[in-house]
Ligand binder design. Structure first.
Ligand SMILES: [Zn+2]
Ligand SMILES: [Zn+2]
Ligand SMILES: [Zn+2]
Length: 744
């Protein structure tokens, strides 16, 4: 667990020691530049009690601002100790994630007698922007984007008073001295900004709002036409939109919200939480038409609270960009880039130092699982099992993040996005400079993906530092192992859509027996071909056709206009890259089951296939034969036969998922490693994760899944940072030549 805030030098460590000992828990606590780090071990009820009392009984001067908790495997501590401080990351003290508005500030915001009544930039030492206003350390007002706002007399008094809630609150402000709000285009009717925005939303307009980590695009979530227009203008045809609900009660009207999910919604990170929608009508169907979830967040800044007061209904709140470019943070940039998308701009004059999208989390195995790590989480460090060299890890290509390793801590950047556009690549380069400057970090080594064409790899190859190129799927499992603090041997299951394999083929259905830097590829899916390459990634029916062709030649390929072209490609082996990807197998099964013929956004077909199971309980399973080479042939035969017989897509989907789970358990038994690690984009699938974890645990294995770091490519940088220590660096080697951890 990492605790940040006023937790150092206030008797916190002795308090933790007493509390843990009293509850009969073992483990340790230490001070690090980033805050307090502690591990407590014991029976789960006692751990819950510890967490509750940690907050309730902490020393009077202690304030916990940010807390991240992970559940780790048992380490077998024999007592509780206060350990020596981590010298690493000394400089990061005070670099905190952005914190949602606290109850005291919210009360002031709503109190007509308070001088901050209705003021959109209210904050205090317990809440407000941090990472997104910081442009240097130490964390003092002159090093934030608030430096241009001189404190008025009243604010200066609060700032200097140790008894005040705003004592040394760097971003503090009030209507007299702080940032102000306005709407563009101007009108002369004198309507207050937030009322005008609420009216525009009600009229079906699209509004760009400058938030904490950049611009958001808003539309009324009940208005099908407005949502459709936003989709068209943003070039986002089907990918689900996130919603902001005015309150937890309202979220409960439209979704099933468990107590743990409610706690996530109301946490200081205030992320988007993926929730199961209830049957209550009222949300436009095109908000998330092809997803089993609704992504929901609550207002997290005073500006959002005030807007929700004027417009107390669910709104679509999506990132302020066109397609997948990085979000706009600057007023002038927003005017230019969002021109033609937004009808109205809600602007302010507090600059945003760096962009941070809204984070996305989900509950998996009863725990928080971060799918997109950005506002509210970045840049809290992840503590890893071993001391690392000074590595800069540049991540993969999609959902890119970067990371720097200092000692035993890895700071992961906020989500940077897909590196497809020049804007995204520029943001990637900016983020590298930014993170290194903020932490005064000098990399000795750069870790990148083995894929020679990734923009991140190319940057690494040209930066002039020694480079270690690491295999994508090994980085996936290394990332999960690191955040779960695993030592010793483990079976790593890395399943995703695409990653560059060591043999030059497209991997994605891999099993590794791993120990330290040694990764032995012990199993993979039987290779198949992707006719048309990229086109087959978008169009799953092509993959289905390719698998059927393997089974029965051209005659087995279903009737389609493109059938003869496809058959020719397969016959002559033209533009048919070979893959072992489980993600692509999902696409093929979705196509054969009649669930989805293509992916309009990454992972769509797999998501739809998972959603079809929808509560169906079945232990039936398709044959997926072979262990070391998982043979999909009998499985595909069975899917085709079932689909032909009119078996429900729900049952087809369940049998398919169960077959994958069986394969994992068989492999775990075969290699007999007691620890199993599940990573890669396929493990964003709740059914697959929950089922696989339950089956493995029932068979006596310890199972590790992602918690603080995404299972998708957003987690690759952490794996690279950890693996670089075992690599043999190369400078100026041709891409593709191995310079990497040992492999057998
Ligand atoms: Zn506050
Ligand atoms: Zn003031
Ligand atoms: Zn991947």
């Amino acid at each position: 667990m990492t605790l940040c805030g006023a937790v150092q030098g206030v008797g916190f460590r002795p308090f933790v020691y007493r509390l843990a000992t009293e509850l009969g828990l073992t483990g340790w606590v230490l001070n690090s530049g980033a805050g307090l780090i502690l591990e407590v071990e014991g029976e789960s009820g006692q751990l819950e009690r510890f967490l509750a009392r940690l907050e309730d009984e902490k020393p009077p001067a202690a304030v916990i601002l940010a807390r991240e908790t992970s559940y780790l495997g048992a380490a077998g501590f024999t007592g509780f100790e206060i350990r020596a401080s981590d010298a690493a990351l000394e400089k990061t003290a005070g670099v905190l994630p952005d914190l949602a508005t606290c109850p005291a500030c919210l009360a002031e915001l709503n109190d007509p007698a308070d001088r901050r009544f209705g003021y959109a930039f209210t904050n205090c030492t317990l809440c407000g922007p941090r990472y997104t206003i910081l442009d240097g350390i130490p964390y003092d007002r002159p090093n934030t984007t608030m430096r241009g706002f001189a404190l008025c007399e009243a604010c200066a008094r609060e700032y200097g008073d140790p008894a005040d809630r705003r004592f040394h609150a760097q971003p503090t402000a009030c209507p007299r001295c702080g940032p102000r709000l306005w709407v563009e285009p101007e009108d002369n009717a004198g309507v207050p900004p937030l009322r005008r925005v609420a009216q525009a939303l009600t009229q079906g307009r699209v509004v760009a709002l400058k938030g904490i980590g950049g611009f958001q695009l808003l539309a009324d979530a009940r208005d099908e036409a407005a949502v459709e227009r936003l989709r068209r203008l943003k070039h986002r045809e089907e990918k689900p939109f996130a919603l902001m609900m005015p309150s937890l009660e309202e979220a409960r009207r439209f979704c099933w919200v468990s107590p743990a999910e409610a706690a996530l919604l109301e946490s200081s990170a205030a992320p988007i939480v993926l929730l199961r929608p209830s049957a209550t009508p009222g949300i436009a169907s095109n908000v998330a038409r092809f997803s089993p979830y609704l992504g929901v967040m609550l207002p997290y800044s005073p500006l959002h609270h005030l807007l929700m007061r004027e417009h107390p209904r669910p709104i679509v709140a999506t990132s302020g960009n066109r397609s997948d470019e990085p979000i706009a943070i600057d007023n002038a940039e927003a005017r230019r880039r969002l021109d033609g998308i937004a009808d109205l701009f809600l602007m302010h004059d507090r600059p945003v130092a760096r962009h941070a999208d809204d984070s996305v989390v989900r509950l998996a195995r009863g725990r928080e699982s971060v799918l997109r790590r950005a506002r509210g989480y970045a840049p809290l460090p992840v503590r890893v099992p071993r001391q690392l060299p000074a590595v800069l890890a540049v991540g993969a290509h999609l959902k890119n993040t970067i990371a720097i390793a200092v000692g035993r801590q890895v700071c992961l950047s906020q989500h940077l996005g897909d590196l497809d556009t020049p804007e995204a690549r520029a943001a990637f380069e900016r983020a590298i400079g930014d993170l290194c400057r903020l932490y005064d970090f000098q990399p000795e080594l750069v870790a990148c993906d083995l894929h020679p064409d990734y923009a991140s790899t190319q940057w690494a190859r040209s930066c002039g530092l020694p480079v270690v190129a690491l295999q994508h799927h090994q980085a996936h499992v290394a990332s999960c192992a690191a955040e779960n603090d695993i030592r010793g041997e483990y079976l790593g299951v890395a399943w995703d859509g695409t990653g560059y394999g060591r043999d030059g083929h497209v991997w994605g259905g891999e099993f590794f027996l791993a120990r330290d830097g040694d990764f032995q590829r012990v199993a993979h899916l039987r290779p198949f071909r992707l006719p048309g390459g990229e086109a087959a990634i978008r169009e799953g029916w092509r993959v289905a056709a390719s698998l059927l062709w393997e089974l029965g030649g051209a005659g087995a390929v279903p009737e389609r206009p493109e059938r003869s072209l496809l058959a020719r490609m397969l016959e002559r082996d033209l533009n048919c890259p070979v893959t072992t990807s489980v993600g692509r197998l999902f696409d093929a099964v979705a196509a054969l089951a009649g669930v989805a013929q293509e992916n309009r956004f990454e992972g769509q077909a797999a998501m739809l296939l998972e959603s079809r199971i929808d509560g169906l309980v079945s232990d039936e399973v398709y044959p997926l034969e072979g262990d070391q080479i998982g043979d999909w042939a009998p499985l595909i035969e069975a899917v085709r036969a079932d689909a032909g017989r009119g078996v429900s897509p729900a049952l087809i989907a369940a049998r398919f998922h169960n077959a994958l789970v069986h394969w994992i358990v068989r492999m775990a038994r075969r290699v007999a490693a007691s620890q199993v690690v599940l990573s890669g984009g396929c493990f964003q699938n709740s059914y697959l994760v929950e089922r696989a974890a339950a089956a493995l645990e029932a068979a006596g294995f310890n199972v590790y899944t992602h918690q603080r770091v995404p299972p998708n490519d957003g987690g690759i940088a952490l794996g690279q940072a950890v693996m670089a220590q075992w690599g043999r660096p190369s400078a100026g080697r041709p891409a593709g030549e191995t310079a990497c951890a040992t492999e057998r």
